[in-house]
Design a protein around this ligand. Sequence first.
Ligand code: ZN
Length: 322
Amino acid sequence: MVDKWLVGVDLGGTTTKIAFLNWYGEIVHKWEIPTDVSDKGKHIIVHIAKSIDTMLAQLGHSKEMLLGIGLGAPGPVDVSRGIIFGAVNLGWENEYPLKDMLELETGLPVIAENDANCAALGEMWKGAGDGAKELVCVTLGTGVGGGIISNGHIVHGVNGAAGEIGHITVIPQGGALCNCGKTGCLETVASATGLVRMTKELLAKEDTPSSLRQKSLDKLTAKDVFDAAKVGDELAEKAVDQLAFYLGLALANLGNSLNPEYIVIGGGVSKAGNMLLEAIKSYFDQFAFPTVRTSTKLALATLGNDAGVIGAAWLAKHLLQR
Ligand code: ZN
């Protein structure tokens, strides 16, 4: 069994990442294919299955080489039934039987899970979590995703919605509208989109000179804001400080509830690096219960885009061998 490979699939709205990993979680081969969401997403699973077959043939192996497939997908997943709900980005408006469809097309056992949960498992296994069994992972990208691991297992909750860290309310009144329909969610202030919006609001409201005023506002990105903050632009620093405040607040309250060994911060926004981590940590320390402050560590994710496929493969290793 240890000579065979695990398959990790990270299904995204525009690209799907696929990897073959060995038993120890080391990537043997990885590649990407575009996600074809046309015709209500009916080609997605067939394309993944074909791509796995093609790559196996290119590498000179038969299907015997594969133990099973772990699949991370963007939306709430009922893991026991292998069903994803309302993944509208993929064209799947209602329930979609991910596990059954991929098993049918590949002839291999499949386990499906939410993509942010897979990223958390990846960081636990091979990344910043360093094998810790108590871990929270928050992914800061276009949106804010989250995964909570307790005693080495993902916390799903009664209906698969546990770990939706992006939808913790941090602005009870007058916050911006979130994609989920609420207002004042963490996602509205701690995502790349949120940072850009807050920066634009500051630019409109304040007279502070800023290098960002030379940019076309339509094209302003989170990276522009971080780059300006790094060289001491006061207004950009203020926008980053707002993000750090809300994130520090939410993560401290998660810490107060769960006291994990690590809170791992990943996603595109986390590329801002130690400057951002230190800013978040100062607010985390302010809001965390003393024992949590001294025992829960904040860390930047280390696996980047590979976290999802590695975590999905972890599921294939641990849940498909019974
Ligand atoms: Zn929300």
